[in-house]
Design a protein around this ligand. Structure first.
Ligand code: BG6
Length: 465
């Protein structure tokens, strides 16, 4: 059962409700929120689709039942009951005015003013048009007879490179204030990632050692077994650098490196995270060839039907920070699809003397969430040999009865409540694009070459980084 209070009544308007992301993450999360009674009874989900489909057809298409591991008939029916569909052509302003009318009717029927959440679960290229039309039809101003506010939720990547991100930020600001914008990075909402700050700051043994005097290197990696899972249209213009490093991995690195805030408030966390991201040194263009690896799994070109595709499904970069505390500590960001294992983790390796086994602290984000400390202990027996031993904390094993919300449940509830802590700010987004921009530029001119790796293997060699 989730902890936490029920969120205020809201209208959750989902653009792209029939899409992949909605089917895989969003609608299952909404089901769990209904099942755990986290949504106020007046809450409504409004699915927006270009096609004229009704709620029944939507649920048939989503085929949610088969993906839910705790399916419960009455919660499922409840979810269906609070879902309504609205046909809308993304480019047609009149359709947005109709949507406004539709939302007002729902509020009038309920007799209350609700927060409105516009969830853009569509390809990033569609964001500017939708944001403009939401603004032009005054769907950015909440309901006029009460205190409900209007918010947008957008998926990463926010922009396609530094210039387009800057442009998108200024275009969005014409219609939505920063506090109305919730830029989702669902990795930040994962429980172990949230635990990084708590663990660092509430355990003095680590807090005191969190600097280049004691830490030798930091690796943030996200390895996936799955390939692009049929999402050629989404992935082909994106690649691993934009899909994971610019967003998830840099967000996590910011959390690992940031200074301790005076209080764990949203503003202070963002301030310190932004500072940490701004201290990262972008790789010099002529050195990207040495400090990065780009790879593509061998069946990818065929999968996307593009024999000349240069899109990377594997990306690794090595960067440094200018922060005095972190100078000379190599920071590795590594991600790939079609690999031999599924594993997302942060590995902090401590300095040891030459002959001592490695001391490391590992935040296991996916799968088997938990925290592990690898320490040297005496090997049992007559001698004094050392052996590396893992001290393990596992959410599943150690906190059996304390089920926690998954990342998308958390994202939705926080957005309804208006809590920005786990969302990326425009400054963070720009700081991340600044880091990856030279890599984008260098990869465009094939520095380094794209290395092809076998699907299901450990990926390209990165040992020279
Ligand atoms: C998304 C990426 O943000 O995260 C996908 O676009 C990736 O490419 C997915 O597969 C992984 O998320 P999770 O939570 O399933 O590990």
């Amino acid at each position: 059962m989730n902890n936490g209070s029920q969120a205020a009544p809201a209208q959750i308007v989902i653009f792209g409700i029939t899409g992949d992301l909605s089917r895989k993450y969003l609608m299952p999360a909404l089901y769990q929120l209904v099942n755990n009674k986290m949504l106020a009874p007046e809450t409504r989900i409004v699915g927006v689709s270009r096609k004229d489909i009704n709620t029944e057809e939507l649920y048939q298409k989503l085929d949610l039942k088969s993906s839910l591991d705790n399916y419960n008939e009455s919660s499922y029916e409840e979810l269906k009951k609070i879902t309504q569909m609205q046909t809308l052509d993304l480019d047609n302003l009149q359709d947005y005015q109709n949507l406004k009318h539709f939302l007002t009717e729902i509020e009038e029927a309920a007799g209350i003013c609700m927060n409105q959440l516009f969830y853009l679960s569509v390809p990033p290229a569609a964001y500017p048009g939708i944001i403009k039309n939401l603004g032009e039809s005054e769907l950015n101003s909440g309901c006029h007879h009460g205190t409900g506010v209007s918010r947008i939720l957008v998926e990463k990547p926010f922009g396609y490179d530094l210039d387009s991100a800057n442009k998108l930020i200024s275009e969005t600001s014409l219609y939505f204030k920063e506090d109305q914008i919730f830029r989702i990075d669902h990795y930040v909402a994962k429980e172990t990632v949230q635990n990084i700050l708590t663990f660092r700051f509430q355990n003095h043994i680590f807090d005191a050692e969190w600097n280049n005097q004691h830490i030798a290197k930091i690796e943030v990696s996200a390895k996936e077994k799955i390939g692009i899972a049929g999402r050629a249209v989404f992935y082909e213009p994106l690649g691993a650098l934009r899909d994971f490093i610019q967003s998830h991995l840099l967000q996590i690195l910011g959390i690992v490196l940031m200074d301790k805030p005076n209080e764990l408030s949203s503003d202070q966390i963002h301030q310190n995270k932004t500072k940490a991201l701004n201290e990262l040194v972008p790789i010099k263009l002529d050195n990207v060839g040495n400090l990065s690896v780009r790879g593509q799994y061998d069946t990818y070109k065929e999968e996307v039907s593009n024999a000349s595709s240069q899109t990377e499904t594997f990306a690794a970069i090595k960067i440094f920070s200018n922060d005095e505390k972190w100078q000379n500590v190599p920071l590795y960001l590594i991600t790939g699809k079609g690999l031999d294992e599924r594993k997302t983790e942060v590995k902090v390796t401590f300095k040891t003397n030459n002959d001592e086994p490695e001391n490391s602290l590992i935040f296991r984000i996916v799968p088997n969430e938990g925290i592990e400390v690898d320490l040297a202990t005496k090997k049992p027996g007559y001698g004094n040999e050392l052996v590396s031993t893992a001290m393990n904390f596992s959410y599943a094993e150690d906190l059996k009865n304390d089920g926690h919300p998954n990342a998308y449940e958390r994202v939705l509830v926080d957005a309804i409540k208006g809590d920005h802590t786990l969302f990326a700010t425009s400054e963070e987004v720009l700081a991340s694009w600044r880091i990856v921009q030279p890599v984008i530029d260098s990869w465009k001119i094939n520095q380094p070459d794209l290395s092809i790796y076998e699907l299901g293997s450990s990926g390209p060699d990165i040992s020279h980084l």
